[in-house]
Write a protein that binds this ligand. Structure first.
Ligand SMILES: O=P(O)(O)OC[C@H]1O[C@H](OP(=O)(O)OP(=O)(O)O)[C@H](O)[C@@H]1O
Ligand SMILES: Nc1nc2[nH]cnc2c(=O)[nH]1
Length: 183
């Protein structure tokens, strides 16, 4: 029977819970300031963004509303293609609204560039992006991200919403996985 504790599958902690919370507090203060006189709608992208949405919104002190989208990219394996299918659309009409997309990670940037152009076609007052993590490849696709929690190196990590085979999202830190996990 494999060890049920997440910690036994980890090799190296890349970001601690404290580092994540500290950075979130900084970003939340900037978002508070940016939307002080505006009615902001946070749009979380399921599933990975659940953690950042919960923690970011509670670190904010201004009012906000929340909605969710679920999307699936038509990729081959782990490769993102940029062609995106909406599995669950917003419940909210965003026309004239100030929208802040909340993501866990931007890797190639293809998902977000599709999502943002889709949202813009609905004529919101503004669309901005906050992502907790960003990979180096994102620079190649010009997605204008206003708030980035952390730039990560090009290695596979899990935790704080990021999964491997559906697991590890509930890890409070971000870490690399031991080789035995993949075998
Ligand atoms: O920048 P890209 O290369 O397009 O990749 C980024 C997308 O990948 C992740 O979602 P994922 O498909 O893993 O779904 P999940 O949140 O349900 O894990 C992430 O939440 C983004 O939506
Ligand atoms: N879980 C996970 N998903 C990713 N998508 C792009 N990079 C990563 C990563 O490092 N971990």
């Amino acid at each position: 029977m494999e060890d049920a504790h997440i910690s036994s599958d980890l090799v190296r902690v890349i970001l601690t819970e404290d580092q994540i919370n500290q950075r979130l507090a900084e970003i939340a203060a900037q978002i508070d300031e940016e939307y002080r006189d505006k009615d902001v709608l946070l749009v979380g992208v399921l599933t990975g963004a659940v953690m950042v949405m919960a923690d970011l919104s509670r670190a904010m002190t201004i009012h906000c509303s929340m909605d969710w989208m679920a999307i699936s990219s038509y990729g081959s394996g782990t490769q993102s293609s940029g062609v995106v299918r909406i599995l669950k659309d917003l419940n909210t009409d965003i026309s004239g609204r100030h929208v802040l997309v909340v993501e866990d990670i931007i890797d190639t940037g293809l998902t977000l560039s599709y999502l943002v152009s889709n949202l813009r076609s609905r004529e919101p007052a503004s669309v901005e992006i906050m992502t907790m993590f960003r990979k180096p490849e994102a620079a190649e696709n010009a997605v204008d991200v206003k708030w980035v929690g952390f730039d990560l190196p090009n290695e596979f990590v899990v935790g704080y919403g990021l999964d491997y085979a559906g697991k590890y999202r509930n890890l409070t830190s971000v870490a690399t996985l031991a080789p035995h996990v993949y075998s």
